[in-house]
Design a protein around this ligand. Structure first.
Ligand code: AMP
Length: 221
């Protein structure tokens, strides 16, 4: 490795807790969490053909095409705050994106340091997603059952807290199918590179965080 900075991917099905864990890691290590889902949701209010098309994919639970995602990520990863490392949440999601990211980093003689695969039982994931509420501005995650949003539905930062269209039962099921077909095969890609580390996401938030941190203390080859 060219340096000792953390360049992580948080990997796993929708609802395993990538966003929550990404926030904790961002605070602990002072490096940005980059969520392609958050970037897309912010862009969805733009009134241009590409944003409108992306909004259709997101609302129906389909993956946005690789070329748009790759362009967004090249731009984001080139920003100054990524120089000290980063935490990727929801990217890459296809083999094409994983290969693009690898090539992008290789241009700077860099590589990912860890790919953290958060594994959660399928029933738990569906339950979490349907009660999930998200701040449209900062991406902070709430849960109607276990961690309800503030009364009035406004986050600390003034953002509106929503029940995402794609967190409704039919779309959740479709997103899980898409995950199994398009994204789960990446585990083998990262296993071959000896970067994949599996974490038990069925535990409480703090225990999952500590398990991740324990892995990060050991560099991958
Ligand atoms: P997330 O917030 O990560 O659950 O992403 C929400 C939705 O945004 C996904 O269901 C996709 O429609 C889209 N999306 C997010 N990240 C990607 C990606 N890396 N590739 C393609 N589509 C994505």
């Amino acid at each position: 490795m060219a340096d000792d900075k953390l360049r992580l991917v948080l990997f796993g099905a929708p609802g395993v807790g990538k966003g929550v864990q990404g926030d904790l890691l961002q605070r602990r290590f002072g490096i940005p969490r980059i969520s392609t889902g958050d970037i897309l949701r912010r862009a969805m209010s733009n009134d241009d053909p590409e944003s409108r098309q992306a909004a259709e994919y997101v609302s129906s639970g389909e993956l946005v095409p690789d070329d748009l995602i790759d362009r967004l990520m090249d731009k984001r990863l080139g920003e100054a705050d990524c120089q000290d490392g980063f935490i990727l949440d929801g990217f890459p999601r296809t083999l094409g994106q994983a290969m693009h990211l690898e090539t992008f980093l290789q241009h700077s003689e860099l590589a990912l340091t860890h790919v953290i695969d958060i594994e959660v039982d399928a029933g738990v994931v569906i339950d979490r997603l349907q009660y999930r509420r998200v701040c449209i501005k900062c991406g902070k995650v709430f849960n109607e059952k276990t961690d309800p949003p503030p009364a009035g539905g406004i986050c600390d930062d003034g953002g509106v807290i929503v029940h995402r269209d794609d967190d409704k039962p039919d779309t959740i099921r479709h997103r899980l199918e898409v995950y199994l077909k398009e994204t789960a095969p990446l585990k083998q890609f990262y296993e071959e590179r000896k970067q994949l580390l599996v974490v038990n996401g069925n535990q409480d938030i703090k225990a999952v965080h500590e398990e991740i941190v324990a892995h990060l203390e050991v560099p991958t080859p």
